[in-house]
Structure formats: structure tokens, C-alpha cells
Design a protein around this ligand. Structure first.
Ligand SMILES: Cc1cc2nc3c(=O)[nH]c(=O)nc-3n(C[C@H](O)[C@H](O)[C@H](O)COP(=O)(O)O)c2cc1C
Ligand code: SF4
Ligand code: SF4
Length: 268
């Protein structure tokens, strides 16, 4: 059994995780793959023991580092597997993301390791804006090629190392880690919100709670953001009415989702 752990807000990492699973089983039909969402472990403080023929991680780069939930997960996991591979999906550059993962793993895991990068579409609308349709097409093609390469690396049990030292990445990630503790306070809901509750359902770490609110004498449900927020931008991208704002940032009329990932696949 190969266990594939993923974290995904807008579907890029999920798409690659699914493709890797499919390629592994096509190469060896007796090798089953299980896809596991790391978000499900976000609020679980128990130790996690993972037994498998191989363990694969697929996750996005956040500020040149790992999503906080993924970092916590790896730190508390015990790996009983001879092989572990990790793939980071990224929009522009993941810099020291894989190095930060290797720093943790080398203390707790002695088996064979492989680290790889998968270019994908940038989903951080607050800085980069909505990606153009042509850009999405080009990035998806790059993602598909890199995912094929990633699958081959796992099937052939390739090994490699990545550098552990990226001082700039370390600094940027430290600032992000401080910011993330406060960012949830800056999400705003515009009058366009219909109270549909999709943001609550798709939040991978259950950081959104729908609450009854009174506005102009009318009571209706609206999302409330909590400190569990990973700032993954899932809700911002996927809200069908574009009703979620972050501080003073005005988002475009379209959000981003991997074109081959259905919204239902992102619902917990
Ligand atoms: C908070 C945040 C920080 C990000 N930081 C980086 C980064 O440092 N480098 C990069 O190349 N992409 C960065 N991205 C883009 C994502 O890593 C990229 O779009 C990823 O493929 C999204 O995967 P997902 O669709 O599975 O969530 C960032 C995205 C978010 C939301
Ligand atoms: S913010 Fe968007 S997704 Fe969330 S309840 Fe309102 S309309 Fe629905
Ligand atoms: S509240 Fe939105 S930005 Fe925060 S973790 Fe959930 S989906 Fe991601």
C-alpha cells in the first residue's frame, strides 16, 4: 500500500496526488494507493503512526515553507515505511520549502527519501491577482509533465537530497508564521454573501463557522473566521459570489480552481 498525503486549497496538489496514485497503480496493479487529506488531522493532537510500502506527500508552498498543518503533521508522525517522497506544488518558486521538510525528516526518519517540485498555477490572488486563462493552461501543462516525472521517481524508488539552508526562505516563512496568527481577523464578508455555507464546507482545516448575524433587523447566516485559518485562500478562490475580501484587497470577478478538480472533491 502506498499512502499519499495531500493538502490542497484550490485543487493543484490534489490533482497531482490523484495522478501519482493512478500512475503507481497502472505501473503495478497489485500496488494499492490511499489518498489522505492532511487537513483532517489539523486538530488531532494524537501521535500518528504511518505504516506503508511507501509514503508520498503532495502539498503547496506557502511563503517558501510548508502549510502550518503539514508541518505539525510531519512533526508528530512516526513513519514505518522504507520509502518517503515529497512533492511541493508552487506558483513562482518554492525556494526552501523542501529543505524545511528535509530538516524535520532527517531527525525522525532513516529510510530512503526523494524530494521534487511541481510547477502549478499561482492561487495567491491577494498578491498575484486572478491568473489569465492562457496562463492556467500553460501552468497545467507544466504541472502534468512534472507530475509524470514525480510518479516515475516514486515507482523507481529514486533518492535525492535537497539543501537544508535557505536563509531568505527561513526569514520569509518566520514572518508568514507570525502573520498567520492574525490574518484570520482581516477576512471580511461583503453584502453579496448569500449564506450558502460553501466556505465552511471547503475549508480544509474547518476554520470557518457559519453563524447567525443580524443586519438591518434581518437575521441571516454568515461565515465567521477563526484562528485555525491557514490562509490557504481556498474560500477566497472558491466562493461562488466572490463575497470574501481580505483587508483592503479587492479580488477580481473570478477565483481559481484547478480545471480538472471538481468542487465536490474539495469538500471535506
Ligand atoms: C498563503 C500562500 C502562500 C504562497 N506562497 C508561495 C510561495 O512562496 N511560492 C510559490 O511558488 N507559490 C506560493 N503560493 C502558491 C501555491 O503554492 C500554489 O498555487 C499551489 O500550487 C496551490 O496548491 P493547491 O491548489 O493544492 O492549494 C502560495 C499560496 C498561498 C495561498
Ligand atoms: S462567503 Fe461565499 S461561500 Fe461563504 S457563505 Fe457567503 S456566498 Fe457562500
Ligand atoms: S478560512 Fe479560508 S483561507 Fe482560512 S484555511 Fe479556511 S479556506 Fe483557507
Amino acid at each position: 500500500m502506498t499512502k499519499i498525503f495531500y493538502f490542497s486549497a484550490t485543487g493543484n496538489s490534489l490533482w497531482s496526488a490523484k495522478k501519482i496514485a493512478c500512475n503507481i497503480t497502472s505501473a503495478n496493479p497489485s500496488q494499492e494507493c490511499e489518498l489522505i487529506n492532511i487537513g483532517a488531522y489539523a486538530h488531532d493532537d494524537n501521535e500518528i503512526v504511518i505504516e506503508a510500502d511507501a509514503v508520498v506527500f503532495v502539498f503547496p508552498s506557502f511563503a517558501y515553507g510548508m502549510p502550518r498543518v503539514m508541518r505539525k503533521f510531519v512533526k508528530k508522525a512516526q513513519f514505518k515505511t522504507p520509502y518517503l517522497a515529497a512533492f511541493v506544488t508552487f506558483g513562482s518558486s518554492p525556494r526552501g520549502t523542501l529543505g524545511s521538510l528535509r530538516r524535520i525528516l532527517k531527525k525522525i526518519y532513516a529510510g530512503k527519501m526523494f524530494f521534487g517540485k511541481i510547477p502549478a498555477t499561482e492561487n495567491y490572488l491577494a498578491i498575484f491577482g486572478t491568473p489569465e486563462v492562457d496562463t492556467i493552461r500553460q501552468r497545467c501543462e507544466m504541472q502534468a509533465d512534472a507530475t509524470e516525472e514525480a510518479s516515475r521517481s516514486v515507482i523507481e524508488r529514486k533518492e535525492n537530497k535537497v539543501s537544508l539552508f535557505y536563509p531568505l526562505s527561513f526569514l520569509v516563512y518566520c514572518l508568514f508564521s507570525l502573520g498567520i496568527k492574525l490574518f484570520y481577523k482581516f477576512y471580511r464578508i461583503s453584502g453579496k454573501c448569500s449564506g450558502c455555507g460553501l466556505c465552511e464546507k471547503i475549508c480544509p482545516v474547518s476554520a470557518v463557522i457559519m453563524k447567525e448575524r443580524k443586519s438591518k433587523g434581518v437575521s441571516r447566516k454568515q461565515p465567521h473566521f477563526t484562528s485555525k485559518c491557514e490562509h490557504c485562500q481556498g474560500c477566497v478562490n472558491l466562493c461562488p459570489l466572490r463575497a470574501i475580501q481580505f483587508a483592503r484587497v479587492r479580488f477580481g470577478t473570478r477565483g481559481y480552481r484547478h480545471p480538472e478538480i471538481n468542487i465536490n472533491e474539495l469538500i471535506k
